[in-house]
Design a protein around this ligand. Structure first.
Ligand code: BGC
Length: 440
């Protein structure tokens, strides 16, 4: 049957829909000149995130009580609640500091909880800000350089509207202007004690999971328009933060941190490369638009994954096989080498491995994971990749987002009675390793 133009157009539209018409990211055009980036001795660090670690520390009837979008999303029943305690890193920061000293890291990344410092729009909690300043000062006094994350997935509850999810978080009309004010205040307060700033942690992964995958707040499912819009806003917010930080202190370093799994192409499971291309775009679209506004690229690497629709629906069952983590992620140290080479070639910037880790109940497996990934980092360095630091995720077993408390990534765990952190064998291993290898 000959194709009439209407049928042909419908067929073409169906084809485009089926393949998603998702093209791979375009090659990145590096700017002619890059700022020289001095980082001194190799950064052996570790990290936490405000919402994963801080206890609430404020009574519910206090004028300074606050909630995040994640609290509300949990109240709606979509994810397990975090509870009020987490790892007590707000009221008992001293125990975290003591463990950091014991391990011997020279850098530590922690986050600011935006909702805590601005519990109502335009109302700032100066005592909370002062406490964050105190933390940075104490770290420095202990010879540990603070690295401060301004946004690690959570928004103040007043930017989240459960009845209007398409106007929540990055899509809330007030988000950019409130962000500008928040960042300005944090940079003014912490600037004298902090030289390394992370405006956003893994915006790329968060955007796909929250505005397309539906798993994280605001929970928008299969909404490419929202994803596109939220990405644009997030990029603008990143660039705004970078301008503020550099404007205040031209010597400060801005690090953009991205979730960069090693996506594997399967011709059988994804013949049109629809999923593969989409995942490449997830890795690089945001970074392509922000790279010139950062000094360092933070690579968060955990696993390899076959890019296929099936793989997103049927997840391998946790740690059943020795090659998978508690979260069902495929362990692939060589994948780190491949990601490092790709990022280095694409952007030509110094890299920090800002997160690398495994949720597992076996400390033996955790140590093997770190050892094998550090070996791949060394291999990449020998290939000429400019790597400035390595941060195992994470200092303490903590709240693992939509998984609740079901994953043990920590180098330590909290002893709630003694209110101290107990070094796991992996924490002891890391301590001995960095002591023996000040440079990798
Ligand atoms: C995030 C952490 C998270 C870790 C393990 C990264 O995506 O930055 O907050 O806990 O991966 O899933």
């Amino acid at each position: 049957m000959p194709l009439n133009p209407i049928r042909a157009a419908a067929l073409l539209a169906a084809c485009l829909l089926a393949t998603g018409c998702v093209l791979p990211p375009k090659p990145y055009k590096k700017p002619a000149a890059q700022r020289p980036v001095e980082t001194g001795p190799f950064w052996w660090g570790t990290s936490t995130a405000s919402f994963q670690n801080e206890d609430r520390g404020v009574p519910a009837d206090s004028p300074w009580a606050f909630k995040t979008d994640w609290d509300l999303f949990a109240e709606e029943g979509h994810i397990p609640p975090r509870g009020d305690d987490a790892t007590f890193s707000w009221t008992h920061f001293e125990k975290d500091l003591a463990a950091l000293k014991k391990i011997g890291v020279n850098h530590y990344r922690f986050g600011i909880e935006w909702a805590r410092v601005e519990p109502k729009p335009g109302v700032y909690n100066e005592a909370a800000i002062a406490r964050y300043v105190e933390m940075a000062k104490k770290l420095r006094a202990a010879g540990i350089e603070p690295v401060v994350t301004l946004w690690h997935f959570t928004f103040p509850s007043w930017l989240y509207d459960s009845r209007k999810k398409s106007r929540s978080n990055f899509l809330h009309p007030d988000a950019p202007v409130r962000w500008k004010e928040y960042v300005g205040r944090m940079v003014r307060a912490l600037g004298p004690h902090v030289d390394v700033w992370v405006p956003q942690n893994e915006p790329n992964g968060d955007l796909y999971i929250s505005y397309f995958g539906g798993h994280w707040p605001p929970g928008l499912l299969l909404t490419p328009g929202a994803l596109k819009k939220a990405t644009k806003v997030s990029v603008e917010m990143f660039r705004e933060a970078s301008r503020t930080i550099r404007g205040k202190d031209p010597g400060a370093l801005v690090m953009g941190i991205y979730s960069l799994p090693n996506w594997q192409r399967s011709h059988l499971q994804d013949p049109t490369a629809f999923v593969y291309n989409m995942m490449q775009r997830q890795n690089y679209d945001h970074l392509d638009q922000s790279a010139d506004a950062m000094d360092l690229i933070g690579v968060n690497y955990y696993y390899s994954q076959v890019a296929s629709a099936r793989r997103f629906i049927v997840r391998p069952d946790g740690e059943q096989s020795s090659n998978y983590t508690q979260n069902g992620w495929l362990i692939d140290p060589e994948g780190l080498h491949s990601v490092l080479r790709t990022v280095s070639k694409r952007y030509g910037k110094p890299i920090v491995i800002s997160e690398n880790g495994i949720g597992t109940q076996s400390e033996k497996k955790k140590i093997r994971y770190f050892r094998e990934h550090i070996a791949q980092m060394r291999r990449a360095m020998a290939d000429g990749v400019d790597i400035r630091g390595y941060f195992p995720w994470t200092l303490i077993d903590n709240y693992e987002w939509a998984e609740g408390y079901a994953a043990n990534f920590g180098l330590t765990h909290v002893d709630r009675k003694k209110m101290e952190l107990v070094l796991e064998p992996s924490g002891q291993w890391f301590r001995n390793f960095i002591r023996a290898n000040p440079e990798p």
